[in-house]
Design a protein around this ligand. Structure first.
Ligand code: XIL
Length: 315
């Protein structure tokens, strides 16, 4: 037993991965690696609103239920992802189809239905995802426009009512370092907690690219959230590079994976470190950033890269 799970044992930080459900069903070595290497799993897509309610009123829980079953069999915790977002919403869910009051009722029902369906089976929920712009202003979304800024507090209250035992997280990218966007989360969490809103965690996605540099102040940033008394987590770590990758870039990537993990291990309450896919075989990166790739700790043949060894040694 020499994998990441074994390395993470006793550290207080779980090691996780996003899971591609098509790969899990069809690629046995992939499934074996998910079971062997990770303490926690996050559905890469199948709990998003467009996936669970493609037609209004008709739920499709099947793929997410399959992941819950896999996790239970392998003694893994599940991170639920995600309840309120501007992206991957159903096509029927538009401002043209509904009034603001109807949209509020729909969001409330969505949260009660989804969190209720998985009640007792989700360790932590990404309740609200990507709610700020880079400059720290609220992101202009269907929810902000229809419900106003209070939609975030409402979402957390509803999720907590639907499953009081799940940890409830805010989650975003480009918040691993100090800056206006992470400042906005610091202020929001401070204010929500002062109002008694049940927010228990801050998730830093950790989508990095070595061409942009690595965040040298990540530890300082995680520390200030830790000091607020919330749990923290790295929720979607991957570190991409311009293709083709050379060995210098692959080594810089390994340093980046280690840098974030070390920050996590150095604070009291960084509860998990999740990679957004563990193999380049199924990574979302080349599809979204066409010139980039090689963003995960295993190559396309499911062989470990230097980042894998760095993660194991850093734990
Ligand atoms: C991505 C998935 O990896 C892709 O398969 C999908 O096409 C788009 O979404 N931030 C998030 C994740 O919170 O849900 C996104 O996942 C990646 C960025």
């Amino acid at each position: 037993d020499t994998g990441l799970r074994a390395a993470a044992r006793g550290t207080g930080t779980k090691i996780g991965t996003a899971v591609d459900m098509t790969a899990l069903a069809n690629d046995a070595p992939y499934a074996a690696a998910v079971a062997r290497e990770f303490d926690t799993v996050t559905p890469e897509n199948v709990m998003k609103w467009a996936e669970v309610e493609p037609t209004q009123g008709t739920y499709n829980w099947g793929p997410a239920d399959d992941l819950i079953r896999f996790a239970r069999k392998n003694g893994q915790a599940v991170r639920g992802h995600t309840l309120v977002w501007h992206s991957q919403n159903p096509s029927w869910l538009t401002e043209a189809n509904f009034t603001p009051a109807q949209l509020k009722a729909l969001l409330r029902k969505h949260i009660f239905d989804e969190v209720g369906h998985f009640k007792g089976k989700i360790w932590a929920w990404d309740v609200a995802n990507e709610v700020f712009n880079e400059d720290g202003t609220p992101r202009d979304t269907i929810w902000l426009r229809a419900l106003g800024p209070g939609y975030i507090a409402d979402a957390f209250r509803w999720a907590h009512q639907a499953d009081p035992s799940a940890l409830l997280f805010l989650n975003d990218y480009n918040v691993d370092w100090l800056g206006p966007k992470s400042d906005a989360y610091y202020a929001l969490i401070t204010s929500l907690r002062a109002q008694g809103v049940p927010v228990q965690g801050f998730g830093m996605q950790g989508h990095l690219g070595i061409q942009y540099g690595l965040p040298g102040d990540v530890l300082e940033n995680v520390r200030r959230f830790d000091a607020l008394g919330v749990k923290t987590a790295f929720t979607e770590v991957d570190i991409r590079m311009i293709m083709p990758a050379d060995s210098t870039e692959v080594q810089a990537q390994a340093e980046g994976f280690g840098l974030l993990l070390r920050a996590c291990l150095l604070v009291r309450n960084c509860v998990s470190y999740t990679v957004w896919g563990f193999t380049d075989k199924y990574s979302w990166v080349p599809g979204v950033f066409p010139t980039e790739g090689s963003a995960t700790p295993f190559d396309e043949q499911l062989q470990p890269k230097p980042a894998y060894d760095t993660l194991r040694e850093t734990f």
